[in-house]
Design a protein. Structure first.
Length: 301
């Protein structure tokens, strides 16, 4: 690589790029040859590692984007093929839902979890607004996820519960908070890192949905080390690339049961001799997660 180039990480990607480098934050434009290979998936995103040249006015030009270690994507609503990469080079995603207002949807949590598995990303489930419900009941409800090895954080920016655990979870890592609008992603980041002044919005009284207060993803550098991306809420979250035959693997607790089915190409839905269905019948695998798998398989057809 050219030694005149300065390495950096993209913090924000909008009409310009904010790149953090050893010389501080640099506002950049990008060469079209650097962007065009990524154009299909939405171009350069927060978390991308880039090489820039500095211009005399103290700005920069992105010359090159390094290959991504990981990327977390969703399908763009209404379009068939187009992928939207939410962030690149993440170590983990924190999947945020609210205990109430807007109501928690376990099927939606499963969509995020399976996508993160497919992207090779560790995921943490964070249920915010615990102040609105009984923590005991909520903890019980979430045991379906902790039982299969996911870290679950029960949090509230109002009571402060779970905030220090979230801070420790984010420390030293590159993370993104993802989840529907109005669940409190920006509020959680503000609680973890006071003094940021992120926009926080209301949940609409009539629809119970968030108002999409955060409009573009941005990586925030944490005082305790690491970065976190605040992302805009996603009203519907579509799978991007998970091939149908790999969906079962993305339900992590299914893995020990899916290789010994009678048919090598078992879809674990109706075939005889299916070990996964046996495991569900024996209570080794959650019935609810299995039923959601079957629904998703139908949806992906
Ligand atoms: N009761 C309660 N309300 C909260 C909590 N955390 C956030 N809220 C409220 O929830 C609303 C939405 O919070 P935001 O932080 O803007 O939510 P968001 O997930 O960032 O939403 P988008 O940016 O639209 O994706 C605001 O009115 C917050 O004050 C909490 O722990 N308990
Ligand atoms: Mg927000
Ligand atoms: Zn099977």
């Amino acid at each position: 690589m050219n030694s005149d180039l300065l390495q950096g990480v993209v913090l924000q990607a909008s009409s310009f790029f904010e790149v953090e480098t050893s010389c501080g934050s640099v506002f950049c434009t990008a060469r079209s040859k650097a962007v065009s290979p990524l154009a299909q998936a939405g171009g350069i995103v927060p978390g991308d590692r880039v090489a820039i040249t500095l211009t005399p006015d103290g700005r920069g030009v992105i010359e090159e984007v390094m290959p991504r270690k990981t990327q977390f994507s969703r399908k763009v609503a209404g379009k068939r093929r187009d992928e939207q990469v939410i962030a690149a080079n993440l170590d983990q995603v924190v999947i945020v839902f609210a205990a109430a207002n807007p109501p928690m949807k376990e099927t939606a949590i499963n969509r995020y979890l399976t996508t993160a598995e497919y992207c090779g990303l560790r995921s943490v489930v964070c249920i915010n607004k615990a102040d609105l419900v009984s923590i005991e009941v909520l903890g019980e409800k979430m045991s379906v996820y902790s039982d299969i090895g996911y870290d679950v954080i029960i949090a509230s920016t109002v009571s402060g519960v779970g905030i220090s655990t979230l801070r420790e979870t984010l420390s030293g890592k590159m993370s993104a908070l993802v989840g529907p609008s109005g669940v409190g992603k920006s509020s959680l980041i503000s609680a973890v890192e006071p003094g940021l002044d992120l926009a926080v919005g209301d949940v609409s009284g009539s629809t119970g949905k968030g108002r999409h207060t955060t409009t573009s993803g941005r990586l925030i550098k944490l005082a305790g080390g690491g970065y976190v991306a605040d992302t805009p809420g996603m009203r519907e979250f579509g799978f991007y690339r998970i091939p149908r035959q790999e969906l079962a693997w993305c339900f992590r607790e299914f893995r020990p049961h899916i290789d010994a089915c009678k048919f090598w190409d078992c879809t674990h839905t109706t075939e005889p001799g299916c070990r996964l269905r046996e495991a569900v019948e024996q209570g080794l695998v959650s019935q609810a997660r299995y039923e959601h798998y079957v629904r998703l398989m139908e949806e992906m057809r």
